[in-house]
Design a protein around this ligand. Sequence first.
Ligand code: LIP
Length: 283
Amino acid sequence: MTADDHRDAPSAADLDHLVSPVELADIATELARAAGTMAREGRAGGLASFDTKSTATDVVTEYDRAAESLIVGELRVRRPDDGVIGEEGSAVSGTSGIDWVIDPIDGTTNFLYGLPSWCVSIAATDRLGSLAGAVYLPVTDEMFVAWRGGGATCNGLPIRASDVGELGLALVATGFGYLAARRRDQAADIAAILPAVRDLRRLGSAAIDLCYVACGRVDAYYEQWLNPWDVAAGQLIAAEAGAEVLGYAGAPGEPDGLLAAAPGIADALHALVTQTISRRTDD
Ligand code: LIP
């Protein structure tokens, strides 16, 4: 990080709160690790139950709920004036100007099947967006952390997005929704996108996809119809690691698609994705 980078980030005093982003990042880190460790150890003993939400394939397990309960319970004690929004239904209004956005297990299908690509994502947000965030991958014991103007790290070491400069050499991650009609559109999009890039990867967690852009394990990620908790921490980590983070498809300023990419290919990939979506037919 250079001094100029820090000069661009508004200070806490410029906003309607005086909390240190570093303090919030530390809380997110500690709680993500505690919840992720609990879920990993619990999963090792098997799954007693799971329910479904928007579709028969959109599942929630006992550990999604237990992880969210652990995180929210701790936040209510440590940051009682903050708001909280959680994927599994937590909703607390705050007065501090800080709202926590929680995905207790992102990559739930992977968690259900015993696949390793799942994480805990916790972000603290203010009226400008994500202020601090942590994404913890329990199976590989990797902690991705960032705060506004502070850069991004994995297990304490600085990370940067890749320097790929040609779209045809870019390894691109994406994902698909739970609704069949949306998956049909997303599958059709791939026919135009796949030939234009090195290859695609579908890892199953938006938060992990964004952290992998941040450390160069993939060169870009795009997905439509995500939820705020899927991306609140990961998009900050990617941006603080030097990736371009752009919206698409939705109304200006309220995109329903997110794209994070190495700077050298961001504009080309954004153009390809938005042109592909604009050519969808309504059949
Ligand atoms: C998941 C996202 C992923 C998307 C999956 C699912 P969940 O969130 O992180 O990017 O492709 O369909 O929505 O449901 O595991 O919290």
